[in-house]
Design a protein around this ligand. Structure first.
Ligand code: GLV
Ligand code: MG
Length: 329
């Protein structure tokens, strides 16, 4: 192991993160009743410019008045390149900071963007005497943000998670995609011809590099990597396939941008019973799995570290562990 310690962000359940437009207060109560870990009330892209001010008021009232239970509450502010952003931060934190756990910063491009919001939030928290420190979730969704992802991840003690915003990322990189988070058949490989000359087309995952790069930056800085949206509600299988791929890469959760996407998420980000069984066997000194590892001279310490993480994660993310992780308020 490196001598460099990695400080972990506060542990939170972040399997399912539901997006709720701030301009649609009719959806708030239902969202509060839903079975998700995190809700972000949106002031950014789901809200039209002439509705921004009212949406801000709706969100402040909702944070103060609605019983959100033990859910983690977040607000997605507008981008730092808009004139809405400063008021989003000032009004929401001043007037509803007690019930706000996280601020989601969209289209973050540099570490200085994080610094700027940190400075504002720190002043407001001090002025208002807020006891709880509000955390940050960053959406990595531009070429600039991806280029600077490591610096962004390390830019503030408030940082908790990085999210892959595939829709804006596609726009920023000019990737060819039509469905948010979907794949493109043109991103494929052709197998060599078989004896009869037949060739197969194998689709590739055009998001693999971006997601993997973000996961590395998140984990190297003790943050949660979270997969973003999948736009096609009529394709639950496509959605599940994407959730499954990002879980395999190390993501802890995924956005739900429609209530129908909530339950499938939970399934994918739980530790699978078969993985847990392998992990437990590795941690049992007397188990054949351990002898086999010594015999094959594989990296025993590495396997044990993985197994310890799996078991710990199963307590945090498994069905039984969920209750342990509810944030006390
Ligand atoms: C999310 O904000 C996205 O652009 O995918
Ligand atoms: Mg976006």
């Amino acid at each position: 192991m490196s001598f460099h310690p990695i400080e972990q962000a506060p542990a939170r359940l972040n399997r399912s993160e539901l997006a709720v437009p701030g301009s649609q207060p009719g959806m708030f109560e239902k969202a509060a009743q839903s079975d998700v870990d995190v809700i972000f009330l949106d002031l950014e892209d789901a809200v039209a410019p002439d509705e921004k001010e009212q949406a801000r008021k709706n969100i402040i009232a909702a944070l103060n008045d609605i019983d959100w239970g033990s859910k983690t509450m977040s607000v997605r502010i507008n981008g730092l390149d808009t004139h809405y952003m400063y008021r989003d931060v000032v009004d929401v934190v001043e007037q509803a900071g007690e019930r706000l756990d996280l601020i989601m910063i969209p289209k973050v491009g540099t570490a200085a963007d994080v610094y700027a919001v940190d400075m504002m939030v720190t002043q407001i928290e001090d002025a208002k005497g807020l006891k709880k420190r509000i955390g940050f979730e960053h959406i990595i969704e531009t070429a600039l943000g991806m280029q600077n992802v490591s610096e962004i991840a390390a830019a503030s003690k408030r940082n908790e998670s990085l999210h892959f915003g595939v829709a804006d990322y596609a726009a920023s990189t000019r990737a060819r995609t039509t469905i948010i988070g979907g794949v493109n058949p043109d991103y494929s490989v052709l197998t060599d011809p078989a004896e009869d000359g037949a060739r197969e087309t194998h689709w590739g995952d055009m998001w693999h590099y971006a997601l993997a790069r973000m996961v590395v930056a998140a984990r190297a800085n003790g943050l949660r990597p979270i997969d973003g949206p999948f736009g096609d509600f009529s394709d639950p299988d496509g959605y599940k396939a994407q959730a499954s791929r990002s879980a395999v890469l190390g993501c802890e959760g995924k956005w739900a941008i429609h209530p129908s996407q909530i339950l499938p998420i939970e399934e994918h980000y739980k530790v699978k019973p078969q993985d847990l069984a392998v992990a437990r066997a590795i941690l049992d000194e007397n188990s054949p799995a351990v002898f086999k590892m010594y015999e094959s001279m594989c990296e025993v310490a590495t396997h044990r570290a993985w197994a310890e993480r799996m078991v710990a994660q199963s307590h945090v993310f498994g069905a039984h562990g969920a209750a342990l992780m509810k944030i006390e308020r």
